[in-house]
Design a binder for this molecule. Sequence first.
Ligand SMILES: Nc1ncnc2c1ncn2[C@@H]1O[C@H](COP(=O)(O)OP(=O)(O)OP(=O)(O)O)[C@@H](O)[C@H]1O
Length: 264
Amino acid sequence: MDRSPAAGTAAEPVISLRGGTAVLGGRRVLRGVDLTVRRGEVVALLGANGSGKSTTVRAVVGQVPLTDGDLELFGTPLRRFREWRRVGYVPQRTTASGGVPATVREVVSAGRLSRNRIGPLRKADRAAVTRALELVGMAGRAGDPVEVLSGGQHQRVLIARALASAPELLIMDEPMAGVDLASQEVLAGTLREQVAAGTTVLLVLHELGALEPLIDRAVVLRDGCVVHDGPPPPATGQHALPGHDHVHPHTGADAETIRTGLLT
Ligand SMILES: Nc1ncnc2c1ncn2[C@@H]1O[C@H](COP(=O)(O)OP(=O)(O)OP(=O)(O)O)[C@@H](O)[C@H]1O
């Protein structure tokens, strides 16, 4: 899919990670990762279980400190970067609430806080929250407690929270994992709209599946190192990549992602 800017002008990097090294639990889990994502690109970060995909995106959003290497977001070194409203982040298999009753609208509204001081949302914020809920097909559930939602609906709410700030860069860690087929369809459509609107996207995936038509480039990790950076591996060939031994914990739901062709 060609969303590149005018011929001859390379889009500027939105994410620039050079030689990223991270240590967790006394182990080097990232060992010199280079990752560049340019404006308008859709990049998939692939690799076996434990290869460092989540750690890489957590480092990009400042949640895991780098012990070595350089990281810039929108051309600004991470330590000086303050414009977090430009970034939407959906972590892996998270829950939207920690036991405190919260409605769908409240959770999504949290995505606007980065634009405001804590306090009542302005009219524009309320409109953005409603729009984000509409994007993921959850506007009719705005007043429901998140506890009553299915896993897939929950994920849609978390993605709406990330979209509520209209981010220029959207980072999602395994957005389809454990998500029912109906929600997969909605999420795929939402992502397609975001990409069409020019949003830059970094997706952690364990396989391209139905999202493949959207992906411009794939970066494959193995043992904390980049072993491929280029065209997405063919759908069936991905598992043939050296070192690919991913365990598939969500067989039922994920098996469907391969066949649905939701984005075609
Ligand atoms: N908080 C932590 N403390 C210690 N080790 C950790 C921590 N988080 C991750 N690791 C280890 O770092 C390595 C990379 O983990 P990471 O979650 O980045 O891999 P991944 O490629 O996202 O895998 P998966 O597909 O299973 O999510 C793994 O060996 C993991 O066990």
